[in-house]
Design a protein around this ligand. Structure first.
Ligand code: NDP
Length: 454
């Protein structure tokens, strides 16, 4: 084989691409170049999970100030300064970007600014220069996708929502997925009037029904309006903001209209088809269990493959690829029981099957616990914590575990280890609780719900 400039050229310096590049270079001594046309760190670090969570932390203080009164505090008039939060968040992103550059440099990875385009299955062009790689890894991620609606040019997506100069007093959010409910929580906690518009009958399609209903109830109590079973007809710009008309109502006045209607793979215009890489109907790169595309030397990981759009999944795919290509150990990622969280207010943590999924193939017992957490007995906050276990009647194995409430993501991360290890309900029962916590409820649920007859 002809010698190549690099062992691997990575297009896209997001979580997946950076992990694959670093690991391949540092652990296995591969000569790697990584190309990025935006900021190093990609969606998660620069435009997604990280800045979003910083805003969630910032917004949540509104609840803490309120709650503190029940414990004898008399906080003064708390006033939030949005530009300060955005500036502090941006400073942290700058710090993180510098960390990413340093990590890549220390690993001996060559960073290249620009848009990488495949010329053939071994050649990439960037800024008019061509380079070859034994392997090419496409890790270009995704981008918010917007439906074709009159006035769509006026809307913002999560990209812009994280950088607004002023906090909108009234915001309409279209979509009911992770991003929509998370941003609804941020803006509502900071005092905005928030309306969510969904075409389906409920938020968070694909999540367990009990969690969907419980989060909707909590958001509604907090004053988020959720209009379901409706679509936006048009968005009009007005002197004092925007007007959103719906197919069965409205118009809704707003200072900002945000769309969170899913994300599409970043696969266009980078020479994929020309290099023999097959895409599916949605533009996602088709890959095998080892992240190999239809072109032998081209691999793809992360959101551009649309397997599971989560950062830790892209990281796992990046590590697995390094083992496969340079470690002599073909490694496939195990996609079973991937835990995830929604940083809504309150949060959701989830691992394993939903009740709806489990009932398709299993005879199940369902354990549900709903209670007011200890903190809220004094704070007075009318908020329910909801926990749910789905257990296979035949084997006793816990198939799914879901929680809505404070710290749910932190709690479920631990439970995910048990579920991944195949824990049974008897193992949960044999575990001693930590008292007093909400989490102990997971090991003290004794009676399943009565079976629904008919
Ligand atoms: P999701 O796929 O989660 O949700 C999209 C929402 O938009 C759904 O409610 C969907 O409705 C609705 N929708 C889609 N198309 C239209 C349309 N044409 N008109 C009206 N509504 C529409 O996407 P998000 O944008 O919220 O997030 C993208 C991905 O990012 C997620 O899949 C997730 O994997 C990842 N993410 C993860 C986070 C986390 O782990 N905490 C946080 C943020 C994002 P319907 O239900 O009817 O299909």
């Amino acid at each position: 084989m002809a010698a190549h400039d690099y062992d691997m050229i990575v297009i896209g310096a997001g979580s997946g691409g950076v992990r694959a590049a670093r690991f391949s270079a540092q652990r296995y001594g591969a000569k790697v170049a990584i190309i990025e046309n935006l900021r190093t760190g990609g969606t998660c670090v620069m435009r997604g999970c990280v800045p979003k969570k910083l805003l969630v932390y910032g917004a949540h203080f509104a609840h803490d100030f309120e709650d503190s009164r029940g414990f004898g505090w008399q906080p003064g008039l708390a006033r939030h300064d949005w530009p300060t939060l955005i500036a502090r968040k941006n400073a942290e992103l700058d710090r993180l970007e510098a960390v990413y550059h340093r990590l890549l440099k220390d690993a001996g990875v060559t960073e290249i600014d620009g848009t990488g385009k495949l010329v053939d299955a071994h050649t990439v062009e960037v800024g008019g220069k061509r380079m070859t790689g034994k392997y090419i890894l496409v890790a270009t991620g995704g981008w918010p996708s917007l439906p074709d609606v009159p006035g769509i040019e006026h809307v913002i997506t999560s990209n812009e929502a994280l950088d607004l100069e002023t906090m909108p007093k009234r915001i309409v959010i279209v979509g009911g997925g992770y991003i929509a409910v998370e941003f609804a929580g941020i803006f509502r906690s900071l005092g905005a009037e928030v309306t969510i518009v969904i075409r389906a009958d409920n938020i968070l399609r694909g999540f367990d029904g009990t969690m969907r209903d419980a989060l909707r109830a909590e958001m509604t109590k907090q004053g988020v309006k959720i209009l379901s079973g409706t679509q936006v007809k048009a968005i009009e710009k007005r002197k004092d903001g925007f007007s959103v008309s719906l197919d069965n109502g409205g118009p809704l006045p707003a200072d900002a209209v945000m769309y969170a209607t899913g994300r599409a793979p970043n696969s266009k215009g980078i020479g994929l088809e020309e290099a023999g890489v097959t895409l599916d109907k949605s533009g996602a790169i088709q890959v095998d269990a080892y992240s190999k595309t239809s072109a032998d030397s081209v691999y793809a990981i992360g959101d551009v493959t649309d397997r599971i759009q989560l950062t830790p999944v892209a990281l796992a795919e990046g590590m697995a690829l390094a083992h496969t290509l340079f470690g002599g150990q073909p490694t496939a990622v195990d996609y079973a029981n991937v835990p995830s969280a929604v940083f809504s207010q309150p949060t959701i943590g989830t691992v394993g099957l939903t009740e709806e999924q489990a009932r398709r193939d299993h005879d199940v017992d369902i354990y549900v616990s709903k209670f007011k957490s200890m903190k809220h007995t004094l704070s007075g906050r009318d908020e329910q914590t909801v926990m749910k276990l789905i257990v296979d009647k035949k084997t006793g194995r816990v198939l799914g575990c879901h929680m809505l409430g404070g710290d749910a993501p932190e709690i479920i991360q631990g439970i995910a280890i048990a579920i991944k290890s195949g824990a049974s309900k008897a193992d949960f029962d044999a575990t001693i609780g930590i008292h007093p916590t909400a989490a102990e409820e997971f090991v003290t649920m004794r009676e399943p719900l009565p079976a629904v007859v008919g």
